[in-house]
Design a protein around this ligand. Structure first.
Ligand code: NAD
Length: 263
């Protein structure tokens, strides 16, 4: 199926590995001009090289700490200079610190606010004016099933990602008339470094190994396995497509049935 986005300019943040990287690869496979960023230069170089080998296009890359507004500004400048205006923005970020209420400090809360919510607001501040001028744009946020059903011991994710959903819904109402859609994808348990770290954290609090924790996680999921990152990426790419032009203000779970509620 032709998704109608060949040649579009895409910035995927936090994309040197995991879900962000799979999303960048998904857009490269569609013939988009892709830009990636994260904090680690070596990982970025490696990812850029592998995308070039696989898809024959060289992504623009930029070292960026999403908690730092100057880095975000530099990233936008670099991408715009090399690829032109950003037409598709995928707001991904590293996962906030796990922990329950009593384990988290004010410093943890501030860092998570900057990473999960403020970074997306800042990125939108930079790209939305151009999308309005262009009368076309796609913004897709990577969140978590925690926005539908809070996950034990992930206080920061549960609290701040729902703020991002409120922001996305409100923004979607404001920009819909300019042909700009704003949606969010809520992954369930997905096989990346992040889920490994969470399993290690949970294992420390129980008498289990992290392997046993991962097996238990899979048992919670009706599909009975964790997702692969490209199963999340394919939904993100679809939301950017011409076929998805009437979907906006939505949060789509990609969770193998993990969330038990109806909505
Ligand atoms: P990951 O740890 O595999 O990859 C995270 C990426 O973010 C890496 O490229 C890392 O370099 C980058 N990053 C981290 N902090 C950054 C910062 N301050 N600035 C810029 N880049 C930064 O994680 P993942 O599993 O791919 O998760 C991606 C997002 O999806 C996270 O927010 C995570 O919490 C969320 N999520 C993951 C799962 C899962 O099961 N893996 C489930 C639900 C939600």
């Amino acid at each position: 199926m032709d998704l109608g986005i060949k040649g579009k300019t895409v910035l995927v943040t936090a994309s040197s590995k995991g879900i962000g990287r799979a999303v960048a690869e998904g857009f490269a496979a569609e013939g988009c001009s892709v830009a990636i960023c994260s904090r680690n230069k070596d990982e970025l170089l490696n990812t850029a090289e592998e995308i070039k080998k696989k898809y024959g296009m060289e992504p623009v890359w930029c070292v960026c700490d999403l908690n730092n507004i100057k880095d975000i500004e530099t990233t936008i400048e670099t991408v715009t200079k090399q690829l032109g205006r950003i037409e598709i923005l995928v707001n991904n970020c590293g996962g906030p610190e796990p922990g329950n209420f009593q384990q988290l400090s004010e410093k943890n809360w501030q860092a998570a606010f900057e990473q999960v919510l403020l970074s997306a607001v800042r990125l939108c501040n930079f790209v939305v004016p151009d999308m309005i001028l262009n009368e076309w744009g796609r913004i897709i946020n990577i969140t978590s099933v925690s926005v539908k059903q809070p996950i034990d011991n992930l206080m920061l994710s549960n609290s701040l990602r729902t703020g991002l959903i409120g922001f996305a819904k409100t923004l979607s109402n404001e920009v819909a008339k300019f042909n700009i859609t704003v949606n969010s994808v809520a992954p369930g348990y997905t096989l990346t470094n992040r889920i490994y770290d969470i399993a290690v954290h949970k294992a420390k609090q129980s008498a289990k190994s992290h392997e046993e924790v991962l097996v238990e996680m899979a048992k919670e999921i009706p599909i009975n396995r964790l997702a692969s990152p490209d199963e999340i990426a394919s939904v993100v790419v679809f939301l950017a497509s011409k076929q998805a032009s009437y979907i906006t203000g939505n949060t789509i779970q990609v969770d193998g049935g993990l969330v038990k509620g109806l909505y």
